[in-house]
Design a protein around this ligand. Structure first.
Ligand SMILES: [Zn+2]
Length: 317
């Protein structure tokens, strides 16, 4: 592949780039190699990046004028994801399993109450599967000693375990993951979270910065109220001051910033935001939303353990 050839991928990188929507994205950077010969840069090999090169690590409002709105950028990328024939020529990373750490085996949980996690693996034909850790472990034990035997005082024969091991199958990753995608797409971000989310968009410090700035104003508001209550200023003066301070407090809110308001379309549709995440990001978010997702031998999602308030937001509790 020639380096500067114009291909399908070239279009994708333009469409995907949030720069045109007025934002600056932070991508993974190649590691600087101290072995590189700075005197002869032509000898420095192309640096490699850990993980996905196009993975957006953070988005911030840029100083430049946007050609398109964030909503347009969002809509175009939604469309692109729906087409589902993303060229993957430049993706060389291993598949990341979004359910690892969260996916659990319903068969084992029902039979013994024990938690066995589902592990992702890729089959011979490149199809991605999840398999129960218990099934995997018992399969490896069986090869060493085929005969079921009672152990110690616990006379429960190992046959029962073998029967349980048989009640397992390799579960197709796409089937499991599409159920989770559907489930999470139901999530609606509450209105009252929006100020805090916009604050994090504007600053890594989140609401902290806005609260510090608002502190003096709120102190001043309190002082005026005390003065009024003690009869030192008139009701009219107090109300005038209160209105003035409240206006300034409102202007300090993250939502007063036009840059922050640009991300509101992303919050309005969590479903489309979810679609834009890669598997690693999805996995991280699933850890926030759920304690466990249990799948049976047919790959059916049977039981959901959600962290609150997400269970409520998803209509589960
Ligand atoms: Zn199991």
């Amino acid at each position: 592949m020639k380096r500067h050839e114009f291909r399908k991928d070239s279009i994708r990188s333009i469409i995907e780039n949030p720069f045109y929507a007025g934002m600056i994205a932070r991508y993974p950077r190649p590691k600087f190699d101290t072995e590189d010969n700075i005197e002869h840069p032509e000898n420095i090999p192309s640096p490699n990046v850990d993980g996905k090169r196009r993975e957006i690590l953070a988005l911030h409002p840029g100083q430049h004028e946007a050609l398109i709105t964030v909503a347009q950028w969002q809509a175009v990328n939604d469309l692109r994801h729906q087409k589902n024939n993303t060229p993957i020529a430049t993706d060389n990373g291993k598949r990341i399993y979004m359910l690892s750490g969260i996916g659990r085996c319903w068969e084992c949980y029902q039979a013994s109450g024990h938690e066995y996690s589902l592990r992702g693996s890729t089959g011979g034909k490149g199809t991605a599967y999840y398999r129960c850790a218990y099934q995997h472990d018992s399969a490896s034990k069986r090869t060493s000693s085929r005969k079921p035997r009672p152990t110690g005082l616990n006379l429960v024969p190992a046959e029962i375990d073998l029967a349980l091991a048989k009640r397992h199958a390799s579960l197709r990753a796409d089937r499991l993951e599409s159920q989770v995608n559907q489930l999470v797409s139901r999530l609606v971000i509450p209105q009252e979270w929006r100020e805090a989310i916009m604050a994090y968009y504007l600053s890594d410090d989140g609401m902290g910065e806005f609260e510090r700035e608002g502190y003096n104003l709120r102190q001043s508001l309190k002082r005026h109220r005390d003065l009024y209550l003690q009869g030192h200023i008139s009701k009219r003066d107090y109300e005038q001051q209160a209105r003035f301070i409240t206006q300034r407090l409102d202007a300090l809110k993250p939502s007063a910033s036009p840059e922050a308001r640009e991300i509101l379309p992303l919050l309005d549709s969590f479903a489309s935001t979810w679609r834009q995440l890669n598997n690693g990001e999805k996995r991280a978010m699933l850890g926030t939303l759920f304690a466990g997702l249990y799948f049976d031998r047919d790959g059916e999602l049977r039981h959901i353990l959600a962290h609150e308030p997400f269970g409520e937001l998803l209509g589960l509790s």
